[in-house]
Design a protein around this ligand. Structure first.
Ligand SMILES: NC(=O)c1ccc[n+]([C@@H]2O[C@H](COP(=O)([O-])OP(=O)(O)OC[C@H]3O[C@@H](n4cnc5c(N)ncnc54)[C@H](O)[C@@H]3O)[C@@H](O)[C@H]2O)c1
Length: 323
C-alpha cells in the first residue's frame, strides 16, 4: 500500500479532504494534511482544505468532539452555539460564551480555520445569518451537523407546558429550522452532508425521559423526510443515535438527581456502572469522541450513496430493538 505520507500535494488535492475509506482515511488524511503543512516550513491549509462544516451546539460535548474530528481531516469549522448558560425551563447549564471562545481556540490549534457564532437554533434569522457568514468566509457549506439539543427528565405528568415547549422548540423545530437555513446553499452546490443527532431514546420508549425521547423519534422522521427531499440534489441526510454519553447534558445535578432520586451522591460513573451489566458489550457509556467518529463517517466518501439511515452508536443496546 502506498505510504500516505509520500503522496504528493497534487494527489492530496485530487483526493479531497476525506479519503475513500471512511473515518480511518479521514484521520489519516488529517495527519497527512499536517505533514503537508509542515513541508518546507510553509502552511498550505487554505490550498488543501476545501470543505466547511457547520456544527450547531458546537461549544462543548458531542458537537465539539465532532468539530475536532472533522478539523483533524482538514475541514474548516463553524461552531454555532447559544453560549448562554441559563435559559428558561431548562434544568441545567448550557455552554457559556467562554466555552465557545475556548472551543474555537481548540479547533484553531488543529490548523484549520474556525468561526464561532453565538446564535439560537430557535431563531431562523440567527441560522440564516450564520450560514451566509459561513459561505461568505469559507466559500461553501459542505457539512451540517444538526446537534444542538437539550434534555428533560421526569414523569409524563410532571412537565409544565413551558418545559414541553422549550425541548420541542430546540430539539425538533430547531433542527427543522437549521435544515431550512442550510439547504439552499447545499442545493446550489449540488452536494452536501447533513448529520442529525438523535439518541438511543429515539429508538425506544423511556418513562424517565418521555418528552425528550419523543423529540428524538421526531428527528429520525424528519431526517428521513429530508433524505427523500434532497436526494436529487446530492445531499445525504443521516442520523447518529448515541447511547449515554459523558457530556454536561447527562453529567449534571438535575439529570443525575432525577435518574437516581434515592441516591443524593449519584454520579455519572455510578449510573454508567448500573447500566453496564444490561448491555451486550460491557460498556455503560460512551465518550463524545466515540460519537464523533460515527458523525465523521457520514461525511466521508464511505457514505457517498448512503442517505436516510440511522447509525446506532449504543454499545449494542439497540440489538434488543426491532430492526
Ligand atoms: N449526552 C448524551 O448522553 C446524549 C445521548 C444521545 C444523544 N445526545 C444528543 O447529542 C446532542 C449533543 O448533546 P451533548 O450531550 O453534547 O450536550 P451538551 O449539553 O454537552 O451540548 C449541547 C450544546 O448545544 C448548545 N445548545 C443548546 N440549546 C441550543 C440552542 N437553542 N441553540 C444553539 N445551541 C444550543 C449548548 O449550549 C451546548 O453547547 C443533543 O442533540 C443530544 O440530545 C446526547
Amino acid at each position: 500500500m502506498k505510504n500516505i505520507n509520500k503522496m504528493s500535494r497534487r494527489e492530496i488535492l485530487k483526493k479531497g479532504t476525506l479519503g475513500a475509506t471512511g473515518v480511518a482515511a479521514a484521520t489519516l488524511l488529517g495527519s497527512n494534511t499536517l505533514a503537508a503543512q509542515q513541508e518546507n516550513g510553509k502552511v498550505f491549509t487554505s490550498q488543501i482544505t476545501a470543505k466547511t462544516a457547520f456544527i450547531t451546539g458546537g461549544a462543548r460535548g458531542i458537537g465539539l468532539a465532532a468539530a475536532e474530528e472533522l478539523a483533524k481531516a482538514g475541514i474548516n469549522i463553524v461552531l454555532f452555539d447559544i453560549a448562554t448558560e441559563d435559559i428558561p425551563h431548562v434544568g441545567y447549564k448550557l455552554s457559556s460564551e467562554s466555552d465557545l471562545v475556548d472551543a474555537k481556540k481548540k479547533i484553531e490549534s488543529l490548523n484549520v480555520k474556525c468561526l464561532a457564532i453565538k446564535g439560537d437554533v430557535r431563531n431562523i434569522d440567527d441560522l440564516k445569518n450564520a450560514m451566509q457568514k459561513t459561505v461568505d468566509t469559507f466559500g461553501s457549506l459542505d457539512i451540517l451537523v444538526a446537534n444542538a439539543g437539550v434534555t428533560q427528565v421526569g414523569a409524563i405528568e410532571e412537565f409544565s407546558p413551558q418545559e414541553i415547549d422549550v425541548v420541542y422548540d430546540i430539539n425538533v423545530a430547531g433542527i427543522i429550522k437549521t435544515t431550512q437555513a442550510a439547504a439552499p446553499f447545499m442545493k446550489q452546490q449540488k452536494s452536501g452532508r447533513m448529520v442529525f443527532l438523535s439518541s438511543a431514546l429515539g429508538r425506544m420508549g423511556n418513562e424517565l425521559f418521555p418528552v425528550y425521547a419523543s423529540t428524538k423519534w421526531a428527528i429520525i422522521g424528519f431526517a428521513k423526510s429530508a433524505a427523500l427531499t434532497y436526494g436529487k440534489d446530492n445531499i445525504m441526510c443521516n442520523v447518529v443515535a448515541p447511547g449515554l454519553v459523558r457530556t454536561k447534558l447527562a453529567d449534571n445535578p438535575y439529570v443525575l438527581g432525577k435518574m437516581m432520586p434515592n441516591n443524593p451522591d449519584s454520579t455519572f460513573d455510578g449510573i454508567s456502572e448500573t447500566l453496564k451489566p444490561g448491555n451486550p458489550i460491557p460498556v455503560g457509556h460512551l465518550e463524545p469522541e466515540d460519537v464523533a467518529k460515527a458523525i465523521a463517517l457520514f461525511t466521508s466518501d464511505a457514505t457517498n450513496k448512503v442517505t436516510g439511515e440511522v447509525f446506532d452508536v449504543s454499545y449494542g443496546s439497540l440489538s434488543r430493538s426491532i430492526a
